[in-house]
Design a protein around this ligand. Structure first.
Ligand SMILES: [Ca+2]
Ligand SMILES: [Ca+2]
Length: 218
């Protein structure tokens, strides 16, 4: 009997100690959670959150197709002069850039310092030895990255404007240029309209087919 009382006290002490430890750990965990996460704020239904802004394109990819190339595919490179006109037909900018064999021209408008917003534009696009084509109601700047295809047959860039006189017309000046002794039967790039590597009758026939044609304008 004399030994039972201390034994009971020890058991009670152990129980209290365990309870104390559990309470202490619980308190510490609650404190840590409240410090780290806090209490999330739930917006009441009456809160009205609005986000607005304008997106404009940084990267614009144009695909154009010069007519009558030999071979007909993967042979569409030229140098493009692209005029951007706003809804008032006011010239915003003119950009000159090469297109690759797939007809693609990639413009980084942000790097160039341009800040266009979403709106309709008219594009006047002229190839290296081609007449100007007009593309209306174009929205090139609605997305951060945008691609425009101008490759339908009625959108082909018409060839034959090769004279140093930049008149955006196919006429006698271009014929006389194309048949010059220092150009005919050479690989002169501007007069090799079909890009088969030589200036000859095939190119001359393209010029004659477009004779008297003019580039499109606003
Ligand atoms: Ca011309
Ligand atoms: Ca040729």
């Amino acid at each position: 009997m004399p030994n039972k009382l201390p034994a009971k006290l020890n058991t009670l002490q152990k129980t209290l100690l365990i309870i104390g430890i559990i309470l202490l750990v619980t308190i510490i965990l609650v404190l840590i959670q409240s410090i780290n996460t806090g209490t999330p704020r739930v917006l009441p239904i009456s809160d009205n959150v609005q986000v607005s802004g304008q997106l404009y394109a940084c990267k614009l990819e144009l695909t154009t197709r010069p007519e009558s190339r030999i071979p007909a595919s993967n042979n569409w490179d030229t140098t493009l002069k692209i005029g951007f006109y706003d809804t008032n037909n006011t010239l915003v900018d003119t950009i000159t850039a090469p297109s690759d064999n797939f007809g693609k021209t990639t413009l980084d408008l942000c790097a160039a310092g341009y800040k266009y917003v979403g709106a309709d534009y008219t594009l006047l696009i002229k190839g290296y030895s081609h007449l100007t084509r007009k593309f209306t109601n174009v929205r090139p700047f609605d997305y951060l990255e945008n691609s425009l295809l101008f490759t339908n047959p009625n959108q082909y860039l018409l060839a034959g404007d090769t004279s140093v006189v930049e008149d955006d017309a196919v006429n006698a000046l271009d014929v006389s240029t194309q048949t010059r002794q220092d150009i005919i039967y050479t690989n002169n790039n501007k007069n090799d309209l079909n890009q088969d590597g030589v200036v000859n009758a095939l190119d001359y026939s393209i010029t004659m087919r477009n004779y008297y044609k003019l580039g499109e304008s606003l």
